[in-house]
Design a protein around this ligand. Sequence first.
Ligand code: PSV
Ligand code: MN
Length: 406
Amino acid sequence: MIVGWRQPIVTNSKQTDIIAETLDKFHVELPSWGFANTGTRFGKFLQPAAATSIEEKFSDAAQVHRWTGVCPTIALHVLWDLPHGVKDADEIRTLADIHGVRPGSINPNVFQDQIYKYGSLGNPDAEIRRAALDHIFDSIEIGMALGSRDLSLWFADGSNYPGTQNIRHRRKWFEDGLRAAHARMSKDQRMLVEYKPFEPAFYHTDIADWGMALLMAQGAGPSAKVLVDTGHHYQAQNIEQIVAWLLDLGMLGGFHFNDRRYADDDLTTGSIDPYQVFRIFHEILHFEWEKGIRADIAYMIDQSHNLKGKIEAMIQTVTSIMEHFAKAALVDHRKLAKLQESCDLVDAEGCLKDAFSTDVRPAIREWARAKGLPEDPMDAFRQSGYLERITAARTRKNMAAISSYA
Ligand code: PSV
Ligand code: MN
């Protein structure tokens, strides 16, 4: 006998049923930008198989969905994916039909153009604020044309040097802009307001944290909610507490999943702090159990890998997210609620840890088998020959981009 070694906790048949039921209802959205060549501000390492067009992004996203079964939608970034605005909607619809992946959240881009050097909706220049708002209006129209519900707003606005911007004026301009955007949306659309405490602005960011995003969303109108990007927090911030508060206030709209070591690192979800992913899912599933309702949350991935193969990185992420969601579903909510009431600290924490320590992979494999999906999505993808095909088809295009860098 090896002293100190404990048998891993594996699922029993009741738990396998719980996991199957949970995964049946689970979807996570893929980011179109996760399939294209992207990099850091120091440079890009271009990949021969990276997607070079919106068609290739749909095709790659469809692969992830095909092997995992839980990614039926793809988030679109307007300037990158629909450069001609709503005129590109027909092409997107055709691609969705061909590849069997629907357009998901629509992400306006009010950070890339030269005019946004000093901000978009927070810019002191009223004409630039207007240009940003017009782009957001166009994005709302795209959402309507594609039947996609969520308008996902992230702003790079802020300043780099103390004293250089009027923080209060900018706050008001944001409030006005978001209210105007909300008034443009149809009743079926939602606005998600994302926050970020740093980068690219390093002194102040106009929507820096969940409290500011909450106030902005509440000020915009009833269909505006907060989007939590797990990378957009300071070290040691308790993200699951933010999640619990937003749930309780009916203001949690969605997630951008990734992981972080230092800042907004875009690391594979669960690669650095898997327990945190679990704790976030636990807060959601415990809320749903207690209230007897399903929280209306858009689960989305926001990762763009520079070093790992892009499709493999996405499959690895989706698999990790499924595992942590499944583990969170195994928490004995009734028992935990009682232990919390009686402040039975050791056993309450143990109850959480038992679920976290359970090896859910056999149950997920069983679920996949029952769905006609491969038990090992990564292996199925590797066996499919897709990567070899796209590498052959795309290398020249991607290499041309490399030589244009030289
Ligand atoms: C910004 O860091 C962000 O998290 C926003 O969600 C953007 O839309 C996305 O990354 C891609 O740049
Ligand atoms: Mn994000």
